[in-house]
Design a protein around this ligand. Structure first.
Ligand SMILES: [Zn+2]
Length: 138
């Protein structure tokens, strides 16, 4: 079994064929579908040419089934989906909603498994080890 992606709200399958399909809304409030590559660190995407955005634009991502807004609970610029790997292990996957910004994080429980992409330093809380977080909260 290969890995797959599900919506954190309705658990519906987001990956069909070779791509993750998400409903999106651009800066001009136009809606479109985006096909994202399921491989972490691969930022290629497919869309209809009528759905336009430019680098730096914030994109809103929604589940195409339940319309849940896929915003992470700790940063409005990170999109949250669930990835289940071939061993049925569940991960939270976060990626930037800013067009052209390459940052993806794979998280298992409280532990960051990987931070990928040339802009991944922008969301630094994923880099802080658990042992140090308790000192920051004081
Ligand atoms: Zn959903």
């Amino acid at each position: 079994m290969q890995k797959y992606y599900v919506c954190p709200e309705c658990q519906g399958h987001l990956m069909v064929g070779d791509y993750i399909i998400l409903s999106a809304k651009n800066r001009q409030d136009k809606r479109g579908l985006l096909l994202l590559h399921p491989e972490i660190g691969n930022y290629s995407s497919i869309k209809h040419p009528s759905f336009k955005f430019t680098a730096g634009d914030p994109i809103d991502f929604y589940c195409p089934m339940c319309q849940h807004y896929l915003q992470s609970r700790f940063d409005k610029n990170l999109v949250h989906v669930i990835m289940i790997d071939k061993d049925r292990k569940e991960y939270d996957v976060y990626f930037s909603r800013i067009a052209g910004e390459k940052s993806t994080y794979q998280v298992a429980g409280d532990k960051t498994v990987s931070a990928t992409g040339e802009h991944s330093h922008r969301y630094t809380y994923f880099k802080i080890p658990e042992e140090l977080k308790k000192y920051l909260q004081k």
